[in-house]
Design a protein around this ligand. Structure first.
Ligand code: ZN
Length: 253
């Protein structure tokens, strides 16, 4: 076993020793059109029995993808059209700071309605904004847009949350976006997971937030696929650890 896997093992043991359950969840972004990588992702979720929250781009979604998504999987909303509207000096974002709130909100509603109609019982009204970015003034508008959850990246703040909105983020990004867009590597991925778990255990992060693994099927190289396989295989058998589905963590009936 490599040092990175051993470190995860040891962290899991610390949680077990303290009698606490480790909660993981899995989000995958950018589904829109049928593609071999999407089929592979869905098969991996099925075969390993891992609850997947598939973030679909509503206004670009091809109806054919829903034929492949098993009834037990969760479909969440990945923005609306995934267009980059960033203004000068702003990082990539669908929801630019300069965009009027009503316009952004109307687009979100349009996206939610389309996705709900297509994904039907698999739809869970949670927004995962593209590039994990959403201007703060838009957050209180989400419940009115019919969205009960928000998922971005990084340990959530303990700051007051918008009423009617649950925030559960992802904490481990499998892709090295600025270094070739391949797998980030076992050390980085497992290090991020162990870091978040340790922070929760030591009270430096909100212990009620499940640790989220973020994948992007369209850019996975073989190393990324192999890592996910191993992660699900290892963690599926680990006592005191469970993978939570989107419905559970966002408390949607
Ligand atoms: Zn995206």
């Amino acid at each position: 076993m490599s040092p990175a896997w051993r470190a995860l093992d040891e962290e899991l043991a610390r949680w077990r020793d303290s009698g606490r359950m480790v909660e993981f969840w899995w989000r995958d972004d950018d589904a829109a059109r049928p593609a071999p990588a999407l089929s592979r992702l869905l098969q991996l979720a099925q075969r390993t029995g891992t609850p997947l929250a598939l973030a679909v781009v509503p206004l670009r979604a091809d109806a054919a993808i829903f034929e492949e998504i098993a009834p037990g999987l969760a479909v969440i909303q990945h923005g609306s059209d995934h267009c980059n509207r960033a203004g000068a000096g702003e990082k990539k974002t669908e929801f630019a700071a300069a965009e009027p709130l009503e316009e952004a909100c109307a687009r979100l509603v349009q996206g939610r309605e389309r996705l709900a109609a297509q994904a039907r019982s698999r739809f869970v009204p949670v927004l995962a904004p593209p590039w994990n970015r959403l201007p703060a003034p838009l957050i209180p508008c989400l419940p009115a847009a019919g969205l009960v959850g928000l998922s971005r990246f990084g340990a959530r703040a303990a700051a007051p949350r918008a009423p009617g909105l649950r925030q559960v983020n992802t904490h481990v990004d499998l892709i090295a976006w600025r270094a070739g867009r391949g797998f980030v590597g076992e050390d980085a991925a497992l290090g991020a997971a162990v870091g978040h778990l340790a922070a929760k255990r030591e009270g430096r992060a909100d212990a009620g937030e499940p640790t989220g693994w973020l994948s992007h099927h369209a850019v996975h190289d073989e190393a990324a696929w192999a890592f996910l396989e191993r992660l699900f295989e290892t963690s599926g058998a680990a006592p005191g650890l469970c993978w939570r589905g989107a419905r559970e963590i966002f408390q949607v009936a």
